[in-house]
Design a protein around this ligand. Structure first.
Ligand code: G
Ligand code: G
Ligand code: MN
Ligand code: NA
Length: 253
């Protein structure tokens, strides 16, 4: 209850901020996206990471207004980067199960409209477990979002238990290879096999595939050898405050 009240107040007082992690095309090195990750800039506690408050926000339902804010803010920021000529790539926003079963289409439409951003510049990341909670509802919601023109990625892929037969019924654009398979990819043949299988699956289903949590160039080379298209991770950049993105882009190019 305490955390809930703090969260509610924090939202009112606009204490949440988004950091952005670059997503890179492995072959061309082009920046092909930015994942928005929320942080809580608490007056006493400092910068609070999402694992400290997202679970509570999900349980209390505050993730719905928090998630709506994150989507608006990410769209506004992406529009600002485009207007400044800095970046033309989608911004990816994480969506929780709770948001998914509420009015996600209206929230998405409002965020795009409020920022005057075309739908192609917004990607929504939905976890595999969210999709599997109610497969039929997921197929309908994804279809609606897809028709609006937003891009759709399955986050944490491989950690849930998708029936692979559902995958072809989800109108998605991208699979995200979970970081847990990347960490030990060089030393654990099982992780390498799973990452390789996810990458092949994505290719055969004509989906894009991005590896998360890439920290070393050896991991990157290995993933590249498996045919992975895209990556994000500390090797390129940690999630950055919006003000640091221009500097990053200047250094990266
Ligand atoms: O850096 P990282 O600590 O940012 O994120 C930890 C977890 O919090 C990840 O699983 C990430 O998906 C989740 N997360 C970060 N930002 C958001 C958000 O805006 N909405 C939701 N639902 N989850 C988020
Ligand atoms: O669940 P989701 O994929 O949305 O969360 C991404 C999480 O992974 C965030 O907490 C983000 O800060 C973290 N992250 C991103 N890149 C790396 C990395 O290279 N190494 C580690 N350890 N964490 C990362
Ligand atoms: Mn994510
Ligand atoms: Na993930």
């Amino acid at each position: 209850l305490l955390l809930e009240n703090h969260l509610r107040l924090g939202l009112q007082k606009q204490e949440f901020v988004l950091h952005y992690q670059p997503q890179i095309d492995i072959r061309t090195r082009a920046v092909i996206g930015m994942e928005a990750l929320v942080r809580w800039q608490h007056p006493e506690l400092g910068l609070v990471p999402p694992n400290r408050f997202i679970p509570a926000a999900e349980e209390t339902g505050l993730i719905v207004p928090l998630g709506a804010w994150a989507m608006q803010e990410a769209c506004r920021q992406n529009k600002a980067w485009q207007d400044a000529g800095l970046l033309f790539a989608p911004v990816a926003v994480n969506v929780s199960a709770r948001q998914f079963s509420e009015d996600l289409e209206q929230v998405t439409a409002a965020a795009l409209q409020g920022a005057d951003l075309a739908a192609q510049w917004l990607e929504l990341e939905v976890t595999e477990s969210t999709l599997m909670e109610d497969v039929n509802e997921a197929i309908v919601m994804l279809g609606t979002l897809k028709r609006m023109g937003v891009k759709l990625a399955v986050d944490d892929f491989g950690t849930g238990y998708s029936s692979l037969s559902y995958l072809k019924r989800f109108p998605i654009d991208k699979l995200k290879v979970d970081r847990s398979f990347v960490i030990d990819i060089l030393d654990d043949p099982d992780d390498a096999a799973i990452a390789g299988a996810v990458i092949s699956l994505a290719k055969n289903l004509r989906l894009k595939v991005i590896a998360e949590g890439v920290e070393t160039s050896a991991q990157l080379d290995f993933l590249s050898g498996l045919g992975c298209d895209e990556m994000q991770g500390y090797l390129v950049a940690k999630p950055l405050p919006a003000e640091q993105v221009a500097d990053f882009l200047a250094r990266w190019s």
